[in-house]
Design a protein around this ligand. Structure first.
Ligand code: NAG
Ligand code: NAG
Ligand code: NAG
Length: 497
């Protein structure tokens, strides 16, 4: 009995001490925003919507020309699909589950409501890999649901294939007619930036330091040039072999991959960043900013049903955005290549009373092995007001193809050459659209029905920026068709730089 009382007293005592400590901490945190940031003690305000920028999952080796960043061929692997699918499930539990602090209020989660979600997929380098990753992610985000069914006129109930598979419309973005998701290829000013990086003292110094590594790695890269310029290709080859090839994995000495990764991180950070926000080196992030700002505008507008946007892409815009938004100042560890199936999420939140403005919170998840971590933009240490973010981000934004072409145009290109470029762009689209027309017509009544219903929807909802780019994905059999052309509708081919 006595010991019971003793325990009670001790308990009360402890509670009082911890209460005191808590209030002390709270007052310290209020007066010091840095402490607040470290403690991640952010208030769980209402989430109005989220923009997710996701990196594709595992794939085979992907070669990139060190001077132009023109890419080679590559292919998705089952592992990559699993990784992206996992990311989709995690996003589902974060954003579509009512008990989660990041739950998007009012978004339908059992059956997808296509008015609430928009998906854009970079369809340039690593094309099919990124497309497949988007589909795998969506399968995790909106898994098959037996409620996905209809009743026919004759009373028969029809459930969608695969136990109620959910077909989420996907918009592919081709760099040949839209530069927003792949802005760093075919850009002379960016190639000049690459050259400058290669001739910088910093680069030469690093190359000197790396000589012992280049010597020891020769036997494991089979004739690939062992130079710092080629750091991406060395790392990507080694990483891919280590994942897929047991003989290689057994032979590769430890630490070699880590060093290769470090050099690739240095290389990719140097190329996809700039000393200044709004610099040419940040071009990958600056075109992405436009997509972000446009979506935020829509999500924040009460009359627009959009609440979730997925942008499936590659690693370049991650590095570039981390620099452009000045996240790396507080998080230097982000000056690196994100792992496969990484995600950078921008949450739009409604402030709690009395401050009911809209705020943004930024979160990064480095691949499958780690959880979400809140990061801070522009030197802030808390959620940033939407208006302040727009004000700061606008300066770096590249808003359209024309602006992109202007920024990219090197003075060595004459006006006539640029004009010829435009003409050949248009010509290419023309041929493509003829082929596409035939393909689309061939792709069964089902597609056409969906397109019509989409057009009707668009008309009634008065979407502000309709591009007529979305085509529903018709399940497995369509995946065998050349998606590059099958995804394009004739009307979108008119766009040009
Ligand atoms: C109802 O229509 C569907 C589709 O045409 C058909 O497959 C099904 O057999 C019909 N059911 C009955 C009971 O007639
Ligand atoms: C696997 O690694 C071994 C040893 O490095 C190499 O000889 C072989 O060509 C590799 N296989 C493939 C399919 O790349
Ligand atoms: C992601 O994690 C890997 C290790 O798994 C690390 O090397 C890399 O620097 C990290 N990237 C970022 C952007 O944090």
């Amino acid at each position: 009995m006595q010991s019971h009382w003793h325990n009670m007293l001790l308990f009360t005592h402890c509670s009082l001490v911890s209460l005191f400590l808590l209030s002390f901490c709270a007052s310290v945190m209020r007066s010091s925003p840095v402490a607040l940031a470290d403690a991640e003690a952010l208030v769980d305000t209402q989430v109005l919507g989220a923009i997710v920028i996701a990196r594709h999952g595992d794939r085979l080796e992907y070669y990139q020309d060190p001077e132009t960043y023109e890419g080679g061929r590559t292919e998705t692997t089952a592992l990559g699909e699993v990784e992206s699918n996992q990311l989709g499930s995690i996003l589902r539990s974060e954003y579509l589950t009512p008990t989660s602090p990041s739950y998007i209020d009012g978004m339908r989660s059992d059956l997808v409501d296509n008015k609430e979600i928009k998906v854009r997929v970079k369809n340039g380098g690593e094309g099919t890999v990124i497309f497949d990753s988007a589909i795998a992610l969506l399968q995790g985000l909106f898994p098959p649901n037996p409620k996905n069914k209809i009743v026919l006129a004759n009373g028969t109930e029809i459930v969608a294939p695969l136990g109620g598979y959910q077909y989420v419309p996907v918009e592919t973005v081709e760099p040949s007619n839209d530069r927003s998701l792949e802005s760093w290829t075919d850009c002379p000013a960016f190639e000049k930036h690459i050259k400058e990086f290669y001739s910088s003292d910093e680069f030469k110094e690093k190359e000197k330091q790396a000589q012992p590594f280049f010597k020891s790695v020769k036997d494991f890269v089979f004739g690939r040039p062992t130079t710092l310029k080629n750091a991406w290709n060395l790392y990507d080859y080694m990483n891919s072999q280590l994942t897929h090839n047991q003989t290689y994995a057994y032979r590769l000495p430890p630490t070699l991959l880590e060093t290769a990764r470090g050099l690739a991180d240095f290389h990719e950070t140097g190329i996809f960043s700039d000393k200044e926000s709004g610099g040419i080196g940040n071009i990958a992030g600056r075109t992405m900013l436009h997509t972000i700002l446009k979506s935020l505008e829509r999500v924040a507008f009460n009359g627009d049903p959009l609440q979730f946007e997925l942008i499936e892409t590659a690693y370049q815009p991650f590095i570039s955005l981390f620099h452009e938004l000045e996240i790396v100042n507080a998080h230097p560890e982000l000056k690196a290549i994100p792992n496969f199936a990484s995600a950078f999420v921008i949450e739009l939140r409604r402030g709690g009373p009395p401050d009911v403005r809209d705020f943004l919170r930024f979160r990064f998840k480095n691949g499958t092995g780690s959880g979400f971590k809140t990061v801070y933009v522009y030197g802030t240490h808390a959620d940033i007001p939407l208006t302040e973010f727009i004000f700061k981000a606008k300066g770096g934004e590249i808003a359209n193809n024309r602006q992109w072409a202007k920024i990219c145009s090197d003075s060595s290109l004459t006006i006539t050459e640029q004009l010829m470029d435009e003409v050949s762009f248009a010509a290419r689209h023309q041929t493509l659209s003829t082929v596409t027309l035939a393909l689309v017509a061939f792709l069964s009544l089902f597609i056409i029905r969906n397109v019509f219903s989409r057009v009707a929807k668009v008309a009634t909802q008065k979407y502000k920026n309709v591009r007529g780019k979305s085509v529903r994905l018709e399940g497995d059999e369509v995946l065998n068709v050349d998606m590059t052309s099958a995804q394009i509708l004739p009307d979108e081919k008119i766009r040009r730089v």
